[in-house]
Design a protein around this ligand. Structure first.
Ligand SMILES: [Cu+2]
Length: 306
C-alpha cells in the first residue's frame, strides 16, 4: 500500500482535514512570499514612487495582514473540529506508552479492560475508535500520520484521540516526542480491516492461551516460564509479568520490538539473543547464552501463540 506513514496520503477524516489546512497555509504563504519578493526586486531595480506611496504601505502593511490573519484563524478554528469525527465511537482502547513500547488495552462496553495486547492496534474500517492515551513513565506522543494528528501521552493525564480509517490497510505509527534512549525505535502498526475480520480478531484475542495437548512437556514453554514469565504475560499460563508487552497472541502480530522488525522466527530469535544490539537501551535483557536447541524450542513455542 502506498504511503504507510505519510501525512500527505491521508486514509482517514482526521488526516484529511489536517492535510487540507496544510495546503491552504503552504499555498497561501507561498503566494504572499512571492508577492513580497517581486515587490522587493522591483524596488531594487529602479526607484518607483508608487512603491513607497503611503496608500500601498497602509494597504499592504496593515489592511492585508488585518484581513488575512484573522481569516486564516477563523478558517482553522472551523476546520479543527472536523479533525475528530463526530460519530459515536464503536471501539474504545486505552493505549499506555512505556519506555519504549505500547501497551494496548481494548475496553468493553462498560469501559473495563477486555483484553490486552501490544504494539499493534486493530480497527474496523469506517468506525470511530476512541483512544485514551496514558503514560507509564515519561512524555510520549502518539502519531499515525496517515490517520490523524498527533497527541501526547502525558504522565498523570488522560488524553483522548479519535482514530478512523476509511479504507482497509496497514498504517505505521511512531512515538513523536523524545522519550529517552531508543525513542526512535518506538513504533507500532494500525491494522484497519472490515468489520467481520475485526470481530473475528477481537474474539480470538479474548481467548487465553489454549495450549496444545501434552503442552506441559513442551521445552519451549518451560524455558519461557523459567526465563521470561517475570516480565511477560501469556494468559492461560502461569506467566503474568507486566514489565514487558503481553505476549498472549504474539504470533498474530506484525512486528517484534515495537515495530522495528518483522515478526518471523529469525527476528524473534535475534531479538531474544541480541535485543540490546537491535534496540540499544531497551528494558529487555538479552539472553546470549541460549544455544540453538533452546532458541529453536522457544521460538517454536512463541509461534503457537495465535
Ligand atoms: Cu518517544
Amino acid at each position: 500500500m502506498e504511503g504507510i506513514q505519510s501525512a500527505f496520503i491521508p486514509y482517514g477524516p482526521g488526516a484529511e482535514s489536517i492535510l487540507e489546512i496544510t495546503w491552504v497555509l503552504i499555498v497561501g504563504g507561498t503566494l504572499i512570499f512571492a508577492l513580497v519578493v517581486v515587490l522587493a526586486v522591483l524596488a531594487l531595480r529602479a526607484p518607483r514612487p508608487w512603491l513607497s506611496s503611503p496608500r500601498l504601505v497602509i494597504a499592504g502593511g496593515i489592511v492585508l495582514p488585518v484581513v488575512v490573519l484573522p481569516a486564516l484563524l477563523v478558517y482553522s478554528l472551523l476546520a479543527a473540529p472536523r479533525m475528530s469525527a463526530a460519530d459515536a465511537p464503536g471501539v474504545a482502547i486505552e493505549v499506555i506508552a512505556h519506555q519504549w513500547w505500547w501497551e494496548v488495552i481494548y475496553l468493553d462496553a462498560r469501559g473495563e479492560p477486555d483484553f490486552v495486547t501490544a504494539n499493534e492496534i486493530r480497527l474496523p474500517v469506517g468506525q470511530v475508535a476512541e483512544l485514551r492515551l496514558r503514560s507509564a513513565d515519561v512524555l510520549h506522543s502518539f502519531w499515525v500520520p496517515s490517520l490523524a494528528g498527533k497527541l501526547d501521552h502525558i504522565p498523570g493525564k488522560d488524553n483522548r484521540l479519535r482514530l478512523q480509517a476509511d479504507r482497509a490497510g496497514v498504517f505505521r505509527g511512531q512515538c513523536a516526542e523524545y522519550c529517552g534512549g531508543p525513542h526512535a525505535k518506538m513504533a507500532f502498526f494500525v491494522v484497519a480491516e472490515p468489520a467481520d475480520g475485526f470481530e473475528a480478531w477481537r474474539a480470538a484475542q479474548r481467548r487465553p492461551y489454549a495450549g496444545a495437548a501434552g503442552d506441559e512437556a513442551d521445552p519451549g514453554l518451560k524455558l519461557f516460564l523459567d526465563h521470561c514469565a517475570a516480565c511477560h504475560t501469556v494468559r492461560g499460563t502461569p506467566a503474568d509479568g507486566d514489565m514487558g508487552p503481553d505476549l498472549t497472541h504474539f504470533a498474530t502480530r506484525l512486528s517484534v520490538g515495537a515495530g522495528i522488525l518483522p515478526n518471523r522466527r529469525g527476528s524473534v530469535a535475534g531479538w531474544i539473543t541480541s535485543s540490546q544490539h537491535l534496540k540499544p537501551g531497551n528494558l529487555m535483557p538479552e539472553f546470549r547464552r541460549f544455544d540453538s536447541t533452546e532458541l529453536y524450542a522457544l521460538t517454536n513455542w512463541l509461534e503457537t501463540l495465535e
